[in-house]
Design a protein around this ligand. Structure first.
Ligand code: IPM
Ligand code: MN
Length: 326
């Protein structure tokens, strides 16, 4: 009997290629689930204008998880799919933290990215658009509740690790939002005896990611800093083809969503070239969140063991599946 009902959005470009490998590995790990496929993304939009209908969103509320490859296709105006599908999903399903772990020799840290606020919230607009006096603003929305719940999640996570939490922000310039984040961080830290804390400005954190990543255990940061830092995290720890992520609704009032950090890479779509490790590892994070901890640990170990494998998408998927089935 399938215990989990999982929505699958392969999406665009290499998305379906890497998700196929993730599903292969989950199968090899012996986890059964009911699969519901959704044809969504840039290609679907170009075909019939569909992005994310409310009926589908409502249906998703009844799922246990969503497993997503990548969305985005050439020819779709910027923002249509990003805001209309991915961010709508994160906001509507209240996926308020985006967890991105990085493990490689000398690297073992997790970024907890706030996932529903900041500059991503969509506050702002144009005045006098298209004229020489045009104005565009894009505000950053920071609620005490939103920052605090991400920070609390980071401390909980660090509790099962090295009990070290670093806040990354830009408090020396963003004196309003940075101040709110710093106070929320300090208040939560004061409740956590035995934890070590640190603060880095985001620009300095970029240097440390490259030069001394071993200083980090759990990092908590806002939405945009987290977006940028996690691409850098991928680049310094084996490549973005290895970087997995979990968009979590920790309160479990709906499904959480699991996706690799990388994009749809349309130039190599369907060529059996994309590294599926990030997608496979994201699948392991999904199983872990669903309580399939044994299978998740096995897949994660197999991803680590095959992190440096050179091969086609299906060869790497097969190697991980074989390691998991042993
Ligand atoms: C990511 C992506 C998304 C983001 C885009 C596609 C909206 O870059 O998941 O990191 O900016 O969050
Ligand atoms: Mn990104």
């Amino acid at each position: 009997m399938a215990q989990h009902k999982i929505g699958i959005v392969g999406g665009d470009g290499i998305g379906p290629d890497v998700i196929a490998e993730g599903l292969k590995v989950i199968d090899a790990a012996g986890v059964s689930f009911e699969r519901v496929d959704y044809d969504l993304g840039g290609q679907r939009y170009l075909r019939d204008g569909t992005v994310l209908p409310d009926e589908i969103l409502e249906e998703w509320r009844g799922l246990d998880a969503i497993y997503l490859g990548a969305v985005g296709a050439p020819g779709v105006p910027p923002g249509v799919i990003e805001r209309g599908l991915l961010l709508k999903m994160r906001f509507e399903l209240d996926l308020y933290v985006n967890i991105r772990p990085f493990t490689a020799p000398g690297h073992d840290f997790i970024v907890v990215r706030e996932n529903t606020e900041g500059t991503y919230a969509g506050e702002g607009g144009f005045l006098r658009k298209g004229t020489p006096h045009e104005i565009a603003t894009q505000g950053s929305v920071n609620t005490r509740m939103g920052a605090e719940r991400a920070i609390r999640f980071a401390f909980d996570l660090a509790g099962g690790r090295d009990k070290h939490v670093t806040l990354v922000h830009k408090t020396n310039v963003l004196t309003f939002s940075g101040d709110l984040w710093q106070r929320a961080f300090d208040d939560v830290a004061a409740e956590h005896e035995g934890f070590e804390t640190a603060y880095n400005h985001v620009d300095a954190a970029c240097i440390y990611f490259v030069e001394s990543p071993q200083r980090y255990d759990v990092i908590v940061t806002d939405n945009l800093f987290g977006d940028i830092l996690t691409d850098l995290g991928g680049a310094v720890s084996g490549g973005v083809g290895l970087a997995a992520s979990a968009n979590l609704n920790p309160a479990r009032t709906g499904p959480s969503m699991f996706e690799p950090v990388h994009g749809s890479a349309p130039d190599i779509a369907g060529q059996n070239k994309a590294n599926p490790i990030a997608a496979i590892h994201s699948g392991a994070m999904m199983l872990d969140f669903l309580g399939e901890t044994g299978a998740a640990a096995k897949i994660e170990a197999a991803c680590k063991a095959n992190a440096e494998m050179i091969g086609s998408t299906t060869e790497i998927g097969d190697a991980v599946a074989a390691a998991v089935a042993d």
